[in-house]
Each structure stands twice: as structure tokens, then as C-alpha cells.
Design a protein around this ligand. Sequence first.
Ligand SMILES: Cc1ncc(COP(=O)(O)O)c(C=O)c1O
Length: 396
Amino acid sequence: MPHDDPASAAVSTDPLFASCPDRHSTGSEKWDHWAEKRAADGREILPVWVADMDFRAPPEVLEALHARVEHGVFGYTIDPPGFAPALADHLARVHGWQIDPACVVGTPGVVTGLALAARMLTKPDDEILTFTPIYPPFLSLPQAAGRRSLRVALARREHSWEVDFDALEKAVTPKTTMLWLCHPQNPTGMVHTREELLRIAEFAAKHGIRVVSDEIWNDLILDGSEHVPFASLDHPAARDAITLVAPSKTWNVAGLDCAAAILPEAGMKARWRPSGGGLVPMVNPLGYAAAEAAWLHGDPWRRKLLGLLRHHMQLVGQTIEQIPGLSWIPPRATYLAWIDCRETGIADPQAACEAAGLGTSNGQGFAGPGFVRINTACPTPMLAEALRRLHVAFVK
Ligand SMILES: Cc1ncc(COP(=O)(O)O)c(C=O)c1O
């Protein structure tokens, strides 16, 4: 199975990642949220919260976007002929996973895909199971769809986060009909092993649960381990699963709203977007252009990025070691650092960081109170400044 060898990627000093255009007043959720606060109280906050990167998208993606703009016509757009084959090519090359392009459907976001899967394949009042801590929409979307959220905490071991199968068996009920997997996982950066995935598949088959696997982080594995797509397992539960992927995290095109659902059978495609009851738009043509270019031509850029992110995680680890009360399990994937602040005795670590000029994500929203999440995908000097402020927040 092909996967990325960490030793093969030297620390990147590439100009691609050396700086970022000023994002203030561009409508950036990450930057303008804090700018509004600054206008109110005059304090400058360095934002390390929202999961997008402070880098320009790869030149290959920008070229494809320029070409699409040059075409000049932006009518209603269905999946272009190259979209599904580009994804299939990428998944085969990078993850050794052969999919049927006929089962791919463009979707304007992975979160939208989760919401559609819930509406299409569960009934009102059903329970949708997920492992916590977790990216907040996993907690709020079931209720928004008139379903219930069933949560099972991941077990924290010395060097890893793991599924607690005993707790899982205790939590499941006859109403549990769907499991939302986040693989690799946000916020912990855990990567489920093949063995763990097979146990999840067994559990799902035993209880008649459909698995939806959000694999938006699949191309950002830091430690060289293999990403095993859940649906690639040789198991009946895997053959029934839906996989959600997108170019948005890896190539920093989240604002272009283009993701893909890989459905278990092509016949489901006709019901997919209509399950949204008219609320789900088509994918836009620029999103498609970016996705296709990223999947076909974005791999050299992605590999350089991984080298930088590995270096950044080392910097985070060194800082955490110097701050009494902080601990973490270094992530195996993503560019996110999930930091346990509970031993500091500070009740609201997010507020402490903010007071030190650092805008982190609050673990509370992930069902992980006492933690903060830091996004490390920014130029190294900016990360160094963020880590200096992290130190200030906890070491007076
Ligand atoms: C696990 C996970 N799923 C989905 C998303 C958002 O995906 P989209 O913007 O395609 O809805 C994120 C963004 O951080 C995420 O971390």
C-alpha cells in the first residue's frame, strides 16, 4: 500500500510556505472574527483556530482556476467529466484504493454530506453515534436533522487515542442506525488502524449500523502510517459505507465548497442532493476546477507541505514540554494540535490564551473541556509567535 515516508520529506524551507498574503478584511472567518474583536477592545489576537491554512493554494490549482475564469461562463454545473476520474486516480495513487467513479457525487462540503447521509438513510429520532472529542458539527448536525447524537468518548492511552469498544457496546441501542467516523480524526489527529477499523466494521454489522466515514484529512498523514479508507475493507459494513472526501484541507481551498461523496452504489446518487429538501445547492464551477487540479497535480506540493507540518509539530512538542501542566499526544495526522490544559488548574484555557493574544479553538465545543486546539498550518515565524503566546498564557 503506498504511503508517505516521513524520512523522505526534509523540513520545507520552500518559498511556497514562507509567507501568506494579508487575510484581514477578506471575509476570512479565521482572521476577521478576531479583527472585529480588535475593533471593539483594541487587542490584537493571532488566530490559530479555524482549520484552514495561512498559505496560498498550490500554483497548479491557481492555474486551473485562472483557466476556468478565462472561460468566462459560470452556469449551473453538474459533476464535470474529469471530476470523479481525478478523485479515483488520486485515491489509487496515494492510498491504493480503487473506487468506481460511477459512485462519486460532487457535494458542496463534507458537513453537507454528513447532513445528507443522515436525512437519506436514517429516520427521525434515530441515534447517530460518534466518538468524542470531535469536530463540533458531528455533535450538532444530528439534532438539526431531527435525530439524536450518541457520543462515546475515545480512550486516552499513553501514546494514542483509541476506540473504547466496551463503552461502545454499552452505549448502543436499537435506535442507533448510523456511525459517523472521522478518520483521520479532528481534533486528536488519530488515525484508526486497520485492526480497529475491522472491529468497528464488526460492531456496525452486528448492530445494523451504517457507517459514514469523513476522510477529509486523509492526505495529511504526518507519521508515515498507512491511511486505510474504511470503505476499502473487505467487510460487508465497508461495502455499505459512505465516504466523504475533499481537497479543501490538503490544498487550502475550503472556501470553494467542493467535496465528494463516494456512495456504495451508483443508484443512490439520484437521491443524494434531493435528500436536502431543496436546501443544498450544486457545487460551483470553480470548486470543481480546483478539486480536479489538486487531485491530478497537487501531490508534489502536498508532500512539501507534510515536511513543514512535521517540523511544526516538533516545535509544538518542544513548547508543550516547557509549560507545566500542558500535555498532548502528538497527532499522527492533520495540522491540528490538541492540547490538554487540565493540569494547569486554569478553568478556561481558551480565555487564558485569548488574554495572551492567541485565538485558539475551545475544546468545550468538541466535547473536550479543558483542551485547546491549535492550527499549525501557517508560516513558521507565525507559529513561533503563537507558541510564544501559548507560553505567556500559562507561565506568568
Ligand atoms: C473532520 C472535518 N469534517 C468536515 C470539515 C468541514 O468540511 P467542509 O468545509 O467540506 O464542510 C472539517 C473542517 O475542519 C473537518 O475537520
